[in-house]
Ligand binder design. Structure first.
Ligand SMILES: [Zn+2]
Length: 305
């Protein structure tokens, strides 16, 4: 067999491979998002132009995530780091971040997105000493208000454009599209939730003040005495009493919380436990940020009607 004479066909294999493999200068933007809600927004803005790593899983407790093997290498290689801020991730993100030694994602650099910038925190405290264990500087769960999420999407688009100017127009267009979808959706969500303002729900943890404020809802009885503090028998007696007084028929529970305890409290009030999540993927049929809010709105309305 004449090997030399047969090499011509190799060109047909190699040439397309060269055309479609990105050259080193065109490598994708490496993005790390701390939590799945931010990861979903990064995907909306970056689409196929980014390589995305999301550190936390949808079922994790976002206040305390153990360092996994991929944290330090992902942070070391990142062009962009997106975090919630407001001290939600500080306790678990700081150690791997220090080990990663990556100046591109230092605070103040275009590669660092602090989603909490410009967000007015609810339950704001001025010093860490006054805050609760899980919310040392105020309530950090602002992403579940879709208007805040659209704002954060804009920060992300700006950071991507600054760190990867070649694709700036694409990031901007994707942000505008996301913003338009959310604006239209908010009107629909409001319509579903209107006239439910006098109905209260309880929650395991104080995760929903921004969601409740956006849609004028009442989620104001919590199984935890303070965010991050485990429920005590005395506090739970109070919870049962408040649920009776306010005719509360549902307790919102997230994947990482003690569902059996919530079920016990619910039973003593003829109420039910409702699976809620701050993160896409934490409850069924939520593969994106928008589908997550769709589900939360639907479940809230079903629970109080
Ligand atoms: Zn919290």
């Amino acid at each position: 067999m004449n090997i030399a004479g047969n090499t011509k066909w190799l060109h047909w294999l190699i040439l397309p491979a060269l055309v479609f493999c990105p050259l080193p200068g065109q490598a994708k933007l490496k993005v790390v998002a701390t939590l799945p809600d931010l990861g979903s927004l990064a995907r909306e803005i970056g689409k196929e132009k980014i390589d995305l790593v999301v550190l936390g899983k949808p079922n994790d407790d976002p206040h305390y995530i153990p360092t996994r093997a991929n944290f330090v290498p992902s942070l070391r290689n990142a062009d962009v780091l997106i975090e919630t801020g407001a001290d939600l991730e500080t306790s678990w993100l700081s150690p791997p971040l220090q080990k990663a030694q990556n100046p591109k994602i230092d605070i103040g650099k275009p590669g660092r997105v602090d989603a909490s910038q410009g967000i007015r925190l609810i339950e704001m405290v001025t010093t860490v000493a006054l805050g609760s264990e899980a919310h040392p500087r105020g309530n950090p769960h602002f992403m579940v208000d879709p208007v805040n999420a659209a704002r954060v999407a804009q920060y992300i688009a700006k950071s991507f454009a600054a760190t990867d100017p070649t694709n700036a127009a694409s990031y901007d267009a994707n942000y505008r599209k996301f913003d338009a979808v959310v604006s239209a959706k908010v009107r629909g969500w409001r319509a579903i939730l209107q006239d439910l303002q006098d109905k209260h729900l309880a929650a395991y943890h104080d995760s929903w003040p921004y969601f409740a404020r956006r849609f004028d809802l009442r989620i104001d009885v919590f199984l935890e005495p303070k965010p991050g503090s485990p429920p005590t028998p005395a506090h739970l007696t109070e919870v049962i009493q408040k649920m009776k007084e306010n005719h509360i028929r549902g307790i919102l529970v997230e994947p990482y919380q003690d569902r059996r305890l919530a079920e016990k409290i619910a039973r003593s009030n003829d109420a039910t436990v409702i699976d809620f999540s701050l993160f896409p993927g934490g409850i069924p049929d939520t593969d994106s940020y928008v589908s997550l809010i769709d589900q939360l709105v639907k479940k809230f309305a079903a629970a109080v009607k």
